[in-house]
Design a protein around this ligand. Structure first.
Ligand SMILES: Cc1cc2nc3c(=O)[nH]c(=O)nc-3n(C[C@H](O)[C@H](O)[C@H](O)COP(=O)(O)OP(=O)(O)OC[C@H]3O[C@@H](n4cnc5c(N)ncnc54)[C@H](O)[C@@H]3O)c2cc1C
Length: 574
């Protein structure tokens, strides 16, 4: 027998956009239910860096004043016009630039959420209007404040933990990577690890929740304080229509059907379609179209939200520059889910690494943003008739930085050589033979690259010229933080795939996050946030936090619109 539950607002999914909409609606006095398909809440967001791109936030303004960097919304618009090209969506970008800074203030002043300013170059800082003050990070949270809620909070990707410890900010990561060479960094790491082991001894696990998981924990704490129930193991399976209006959804709660009637709205925030193989086959280019996903996104993100909306007449927006937020990834041979996949955020851009195709030649600036390097890989596959890419490093580089799943020295790498993740060759030719690459081509590539890298130059792809490349490099490396020769054998390789951290194509929405129907009008009662909504930046990636920034902002905007239409006080003011 189907049970019926009633609420004001039903939120489908539990990532950052979903929970922002939930707490904001609940603050407005609306009765909210959050329903989540997985057995934990948090989605991809909980395993993310927790960075948001919010030009004009109060943190950005304070940081800009401190650094003497001017920024204003016209500069941001100029930058975004360059980034988005023909996909500039004026109405939604205007909404973003107005409401994202207000969302930061609202969450900080009314919930547990806290952010900190980051000096982080935009992904194309030399483009007109580019800057380095627009990203904010999520402040750590204390597990003790979560109480029993902790049981439902999704964990970090286990492969990114170091002895059970989740490393926090980019700056903390830099300390860990520099520990072998800097006494100051080593002292930091020893202190950090000591606190971690003390927590484990006393409480059974680390008490410090960091990055995206901290953002989710803080939102969940507030939601819980506002009596918002989180249903876990409870996938929504279809929307309920009352005439033209979406009036609720069917949910399978612990295997039993529940009809949830939502008086005011349903918010879809089910994380897009990174694991929907059939939609990828129509929306992705090149090799990414047909391959099995190699993504750190959860196995539950199979496009349910988009499908449910389409079933009630919603429009899917596929007119974007890119279908997904790309990420070069690698995987363990027995990978079954996100835990067997490595997102290559921080190794490929360090001195001593290059990337090559199966013809033994480089194809792009390895230090460029992840969203740029994958399209370059896909194009090169097609134009050069190749089907594989590799990250290659010499023994100094792998020892210092690690390589995907392989950790820096002194953590042993034998396991990865044995399970086939990592390939070792005494010389470039030896490595090439093991990878089935032309030995002379790879040796020549490494020779040519290394010759220029010693002088801090990359005549082929200009690596190390951008502030972004140097930021992602090794601060202590001269003459160019992004470039170092590969000249100390043995040599190592990891196979790289054209992966993603989430999808960009998605439901067409208006500036209030309302889902647009085939008649180009909003579908009454239906909203989308996060990656269920098509990307506001037209499929580009302007800077760090360019997916969670919109997820949270448009979740907040949705809640405000729902409150306005419900006739209650609008959170954050008119
Ligand atoms: C390692 C990594 C680091 C990243 N770092 C950043 C960063 O710092 N900044 C940034 O902007 N982006 C980052 N990203 C990308 C970012 O995490 C995602 O784009 C974003 O979190 C997606 O949010 P979402 O709410 O759309 O989806 P999610 O956070 O994935 O939430 C969707 C939820 O919906 C649930 N769901 C699915 N179907 C249903 C259903 N039928 N019923 C109920 N629930 C359902 C899923 O189980 C999931 O829990 C990173 C990604 C990764 C993997």
């Amino acid at each position: 027998m189907t049970v019926t539950e009633t609420c004001d607002v039903l939120i489908i999914g539990s990532g950052a956009g979903a929970l922002t909409a939930a707490v904001t609606c609940a603050k407005a006095g609306l009765k909210v239910i959050v329903t989540e398909k997985a057995d934990k809440f948090g989605g991809t967001t909980a395993t993310s860096g927790g960075v948001l791109w919010v030009p004009g936030s109060r943190h950005a303004k304070a940081l800009g004043a401190r650094l003497g960097v001017d920024d204003d919304s016209q500069l941001v618009r100029t930058y975004l016009r360059h980034e988005t090209g023909n996909c500039y969506d004026e109405a939604r970008i205007d909404a973003y630039l107005e409401y994202a800074p207000r969302m930061v203030e609202y969450l900080e002043d009314n919930t547990e959420v806290k952010f900190y300013p980051m000096e982080f170059p935009d992904y194309h800082p030399e483009t007109e209007g580019g800057s380095r003050i627009r990203s904010v990070g999520s402040v750590d949270y204390d597990a003790a404040k979560m109480g029993p809620l902790m049981k439902g909070l999704k964990g970090e990707l286990p492969q990114t933990l170091f002895m059970g410890l989740a490393i926090g900010s980019t700056l903390e990561m830099k300390q860990f990577l520099a520990a072998g060479r800097s006494p100051k960094a080593m002292a930091y790491v020893v202190g950090r690890m000591a606190r971690h082991f003390l927590d484990v001894a006393r409480k059974g696990s680390s008490q410090r929740i960091v990055r995206g998981r901290a953002l989710i924990a803080r939102l969940a704490r507030t939601a819980h304080d506002l009596n918002v129930p989180f249903w876990l193991n409870a996938p929504a399976t279809g929307l309920i229509l009352d005439g033209d209006r979406v009036a609720g959804a069917q949910v399978m709660r612990d295997g039993k059907p529940v009809k949830v009637l939502a008086r005011h709205a349903v918010v879809l925030a089910a994380g897009g379609f990174p694991r929907d193989v059939s939609r990828r086959a129509t929306e992705y280019p090149g090799q990414a179209r047909t391959m099995q996903p190699v993504t750190p996104a959860p196995i539950t993100n199979i496009g349910d939200g988009v499908r449910m909306a389409e079933a009630v007449g919603a429009k899917f927006n596929n007119e974007l520059l890119h279908p997904a937020a790309w990420m070069p990834t690698s995987k363990l041979a027995d990978a079954k889910d996100q835990n067997g996949v490595w997102p290559h955020l921080t190794d490929r851009n360090k001195p001593g690494f290059i990337m090559v195709l199966s013809d033994g030649k480089r194809f792009a600036n390895e230090s460029s943003p992840y969203h740029d390097i994958v399209p370059a890989m896909l194009e090169a596959f097609e134009s050069r008739g190749c089907d594989r890419a590799y990250l290659i490093g010499d023994s100094r580089a792998i020892r210092r930085w690690g390589m995907g799943f392989v950790r820096p020295f002194p953590i042993p790498k034998g396991r990865y050589l044995r399970n086939g993740y990592l390939t070792e060759g005494q010389t470039p030719q030896d490595l090439a033979r093991k990878l089935d690459i032309a030995p002379d081509a790879l040796a020549q590539t490494i020779r040519d690259f290394s010759l220029s890298a010693r002088d801090g130059l990359d005549p082929e792809f200009g690596r190390g010229e951008s502030l972004y490349d140097r930021y992602q490099g090794d601060d202590n490396h001269q003459p160019n933080p992004a470039l170092g020769p590969l000249d100390k054998g043995p040599y190592y390789a990891v196979r790289i795939y054209p992966g993603e951290i989430g999808t960009y194509k998605g439901l067409k929405t208006d500036a209030n996050s309302r889902v647009i129907g085939q008649n180009n009008q909003p579908i009454s009662g239906l909203y989308a946030a996060g990656n269920d909504q098509s990307n506001v930046f037209g499929g580009s990636y302007p800077g760090a936090g360019a997916t969670i920034g919109p997820a949270v902002t448009f979740g907040w905007i949705a809640a405000r619109d729902i409150a306005r239409r419900a006739g209650v006080e609008v959170p954050g003011g008119a």
